[in-house]
Design a binder for this molecule. Sequence first.
Ligand SMILES: C[S@@+](CC[C@H](N)C(=O)[O-])C[C@H]1O[C@@H](n2cnc3c(N)ncnc32)[C@H](O)[C@@H]1O
Length: 457
Amino acid sequence: MAMLGQRRQKRPATRKRLESPGAKRDDAGSVVIERLAHDGRGVAHDRDGKILFIEQALPGEDIEVAIHTQHGRYDEGHVRRILKASEERVTPGCAHFGRCGGCDLQHLAIEGQRRYKQQVLREHLARHDIELPEPALLADEAWGYRRRARLGVRVGSDNRIHMGYRVRGQDRLFNIEQCPILEPRLETLLQPMRTLIESLEAPRRLGHIELVAGDDVVMITLRQLRRVPGDLARWQQFSREHDLLLSVLCGEGEQPVLERLDDRPDTWPHYRALADDQGTAISVRSSDFLQANAKVNYQLVASVLAWAEVRDAMPVVDLFAGVGNFSLTLAAAGARVTAYEGRESMVQRLRNNAEAAGLSEHIDARCTDLSSAPADLENAALVVLDPPRAGAQGICQALAQRGPSRVLYVSCEPATLARDVRLLVDGGYRLVRALVADMFPQTAHLESLVLLERQPT
Ligand SMILES: C[S@@+](CC[C@H](N)C(=O)[O-])C[C@H]1O[C@@H](n2cnc3c(N)ncnc32)[C@H](O)[C@@H]1O
């Protein structure tokens, strides 16, 4: 027993992978799935009351479970046999589902996926005692939406080429033959790219391939560890045949050099932030952040614009601004935007995009590390923030003390959003509107947008 004042010895983590992943644990038997966890797995209890997380199991289903990993307080397993299926169970649309680390909800009908995401947002906020009115839903096509992807390339010890994504929960790559969540313009490139890679002189020099589908053109960027002129000539031929923009990021270490290999070096992919936007499109590079789903992004940007209620010359601060996805639309509506972004290359792109749209006078783009808050938050009428998954704890602490009357928070991680909203509510804000954007159908990822207003004191 630990004595008072004595540091308790750290217990070794108890995690035991069963010898054979398919091995049935004697006492697991059949279980009824109670609900979905926030990562999309089914949750049940075994006969001894231990929690089970079960891949590809749906609420209400009676299943025979195979446990593959045991922990001290819970076990992880997969479905051995479905004894009673959910009415919402559907046949997954991709042959790689279950093995691929990309999708986790293809076995659930799309309506169920969307209800589940709204529930997840509500539950995360409830953990922080924040009540949420029924969140609205932004959604579009269930398949063929993803306009960017990174495909890894490895050559196995048997010289077989692997081109694709990571195996679920592992570092290993596996071959993909299809990826029906990819935009059709990208998916149709998969087979010809594999054939090309199989014909390369030095496929081991190719690390990965970035695909970006702009509204106008598709660009592929090769991450090449060393220049192999014969192989680059093959890729040039491929880009001509498929009407692609082509660049190569070449060299090992910190400073690889980007080079254009096609005959249109002044052309780059562009996208529009709003469906009906007739203005200048936004230019992006493979290295830039780009919202993955064009049509849901239209709706997200339109919602930000509607909830922002821009008045002429209204001062708006856009934090984590990227290449201007929100800044450009807000400025075009009349706001005076101060946009902060941490990557210099994207700040420069934002400035160029503002200039191309005739909005330079309305957008002041600054390169800043937003681990801490910029100084001028209190001068804004509205702060928009769209941080990475880690959220924006420091910024929200500052907003709680000296934030403007309204804050619009776009989030790709509901757990950190809920933590940050708690800080804002403790600082005098009230959550007044929320929506879930189904930016990544067939996966458990969810995007959300909330509006907070400062309460009069
Ligand atoms: C989720 S993206 C949003 C980009 C943009 N709002 C959009 O909709 O396209 C987050 C952005 O935050 C930037 N970022 C991440 N960490 C940052 C930091 N510590 N300081 C400043 N910017 C950061 C990334 O470069 C990225 O552009």
